[in-house]
Design a protein around this ligand. Structure first.
Ligand SMILES: Nc1ncnc2c1ncn2[C@@H]1O[C@H](COP(=O)(O)OP(=O)(O)OP(=O)(O)O)[C@@H](O)[C@H]1O
Ligand SMILES: [Mg+2]
Length: 253
């Protein structure tokens, strides 16, 4: 579904990503791990159109989309979440979810007047979809709480919920488990698994929590110093001496 083909990106003299190639297969939950500074987030920024690579290709369903802006990739079903959640803190959880779908008819005033019934219909559908997402993620009890007042873990779930309001086919998650308590982590893992199995979402997940990686991800891609040093199932890569070395040795300055 996504092929990262020989991507390179430097910042000044630092090669953040260097000759990096791997694939995210349709239907997979592909893990992307590696020590701090390995280039994982930079690579995500390139795949999702937030950064242009210096060289190399990103293939989405076979088309080179390197340098295509995020909103166009969004319309092709490629969606991401951020390491730091981007919620609207003065709006409720429900309102945050209602904001997401683009191009609703209600946005145009004239159309609203002319097609009032149709707008009402869409509004109902939207509310139903929001209820569905709230229930799916166990967020229904905080639906009317201001998003600024919910916990860090609940914000991560809300981020995932926002992807469910789109026509996402492939979702890139940057450290979904960071700062999330054990109970919410189980909800998060369960939601990701169900979205994958029941709704056909493909995932690529950057994560430092190895329990979560072991539980969710196959295959696991390991990056160090900007490129892929190993890939395979979690049990294989965790025994790989190069992987152990990359984690223990740290990253050269
Ligand atoms: N905008 C930028 N300007 C300059 N250097 C950057 C920039 N973004 C990233 N880098 C550098 O590129 C390298 C890779 O960083 P990146 O954030 O991609 O790593 P990461 O694998 O996501 O690390 P972490 O696990 O800590 O999030 C690091 O050396 C980082 O300092
Ligand atoms: Mg990062």
């Amino acid at each position: 579904m996504i092929q990262v083909d020989n991507i390179a990106k430097s910042f000044g003299g630092i090669k953040a990503v260097d000759a990096c190639s791997f694939e995210v297969a349709e239907g997979s939950i592909t893990g992307l791990i590696g020590p701090n500074g390995a280039g994982k987030s930079t690579l995500f920024n390139i795949v999702t159109g937030f950064l242009k690579p210096d060289s190399g290709r990103i293939l989405l369903d076979g088309d080179n989309v390197a340098g295509v802006p995020p909103e166009q990739l969004f319309h092709r079903g490629l969606v991401r979440t951020f390491q730091t959640p981007h919620e609207f803190s003065r709006m409720t959880v429900r309102e945050n979810l209602m904001l997401v779908p683009a191009g609703q008819r209600g946005e145009n005033l004239l159309q609203s007047w002319l097609r009032w019934a149709r707008v009402k219909d869409q509004e109902r559908q939207l509310l139903d979809q929001v209820d569905d997402v709230l229930a799916f993620l166990n967020l229904d009890h905080i639906a009317d709480t201001l998003a600024g007042n919910i916990s860090g873990g609940q914000k991560k779930l809300l981020e995932l919920g926002r992807t469910m309001m789109t026509d996402a086919r492939v979702v890139l998650l940057d450290e979904p488990g960071a700062g999330v308590n054990r109970t919410l982590l189980a909800t998060l893992a369960d939601a990701i698994t169900r979205l994958n199995r029941e709704r056909g979402y493909t995932f690529c997940v950057i994560e430092h929590d190895m329990d979560l990686v072991a539980q969710l991800c196959a295959p696991v891609i390991v990056m160090a110093n900007g490129s892929v040093i190993a890939q395979g199932d979690f049990d294989t890569i965790r025994r790989n001496p190069q992987v152990i070395d990359a984690y223990l040795g740290g990253v050269p300055a």
